[in-house]
Structure formats: structure tokens, C-alpha cells
Design a protein around this ligand. Structure first.
Ligand code: PRP
Length: 180
């Protein structure tokens, strides 16, 4: 385990099992359809790549960069779209893939932007759903792997100041790393 991580929340094996089950569910729910699956970078990149390999559908993939945190452990309150998708989603079933739904600010903003392009439907798929009183939107995940508490979690795509994304597990960052 990385020395900056206090404890492991979800092991590599637990994640693989949950992602596989979720992929099966999405495949069953979208039988006969060809959804556009949009990963919100950077945090979703590992989850997205594992998830889509467990989705047995004729789907298309795209990516968007939306940032809300900067390098701080607390949300700055702003959402910036730094890279847009290039897929035409009009009339398409869209699944947005995120690593974590925290305040829901990022996904609420992304969903609003994508809704203006007249997709047939938009669903939200998140690896982690933070159980918090700080939600700024009533947006909820259609699909998720795990609930997490109000800890600072890293690994499997999730960062603190761009570090720890490459950890194979999801762990809780030690408080002294982000509180100076
Ligand atoms: C993180 C995460 C989500 C968002 C969740 O992104 O990947 O996109 O914050 O928080 P919210 O629900 O409170 O909006 P971040 O801006 O840190 O960028 P990253 O994906 O590059 O890590």
C-alpha cells in the first residue's frame, strides 16, 4: 500500500467484480441499442476503460474534460469544460461515466450542456457516489459501483493534486497529506 494512503476502501478484486457486474447490467438494460458512452476526464479514464470492456453492445465512446476542483481538496465551485465531445448525440442514448459524484456540481453542469443537444436520453454512471450533505443538485446516479463516506479517496483514476491516479485500489488519503 502507498505510504500516503491510510486504508484501502476497495481492493483491485472488489473493483473488478463490481465493474463487471455493472457492465452486465448496462448491457442488459440497453439490449438492442447503441449508446454513446462519454467519459469525463481525467478521473474516469481507468473506470471507463474497464467498464466498456464489460459492456457487450455496439456502442460509441467519447470523452469530455470538465474540471471543478483545481488542486484543492475542497471544491472551488466552478466547472470548466476544457474539452468537448465530437460525437453528434442528437437522438442518441447517452451514458455519462464519472469516477465520483460528490456535490454533483460537475455532472449537473455536464448534463445541462449535453441536454441542449437533444439526445434521446441521458443516464449517469459513477464508480463512487459520495454520501454527503453537500449535494448542490438533485441529480442522482442511474448506475453506481460503490457508496463512499466523506473521506478523501484516491486511486483507480482518482487523484489528489494529480497524484495517486495509478493505484490499483481505492484508498483513503491520510489527512496530513492534504491538510497543511
Ligand atoms: C472530480 C471528479 C468529478 C468531480 C466530482 O473531478 O472526477 O468530475 O470532481 O465532484 P462534484 O460532484 O463535486 O462536482 P476534478 O475536477 O477533480 O477533475 P479530474 O477528473 O481531472 O480529477
Amino acid at each position: 500500500m502507498h505510504s500516503d494512503v491510510g486504508s484501502i476502501l476497495f481492493s483491485e478484486e472488489q473493483i473488478a467484480e463490481a465493474v463487471k457486474a455493472l457492465g452486465k447490467r448496462i448491457t442488459a438494460d440497453h439490449a438492442g441499442k447503441s449508446p454513446v458512452i462519454i467519459g469525463i476526464l481525467k478521473g474516469s479514464f481507468i473506470f471507463m476503460s474497464d467498464l466498456v470492456r464489460n459492456i457487450d453492445l455496439d456502442c460509441e465512446l467519447d470523452f469530455m474534460i470538465a474540471k471543478s476542483y483545481g488542486n484543492a481538496a475542497v471544491s472551488s465551485g466552478k466547472v470548466r469544460v476544457l474539452k468537448d465531445i465530437d460525437t453528434d448525440i442528437a437522438g442518441r442514448d447517452v451514458i455519462i461515466v464519472e469516477d465520483i459524484l460528490d456535490t454533483a456540481r460537475t455532472l449537473a453542469a455536464v448534463k445541462e450542456i449535453l441536454m441542449e443537444r437533444n439526445p434521446a436520453s441521458i443516464q449517469i454512471c459513477t464508480l463512487l457516489d459520495k454520501v454527503t450533505t453537500k449535494k448542490v443538485s438533485d441529480l442522482r446516479a442511474d448506475y453506481k459501483c460503490f457508496d463512499v463516506g466523506d473521506e478523501f479517496v484516491v486511486g483507480y483514476g482518482l487523484d489528489y493534486a494529480e497524484r495517486y491516479r495509478n493505484l490499483k485500489y481505492i484508498g483513503v488519503l491520510k489527512r496530513e497529506i492534504y491538510e497543511h
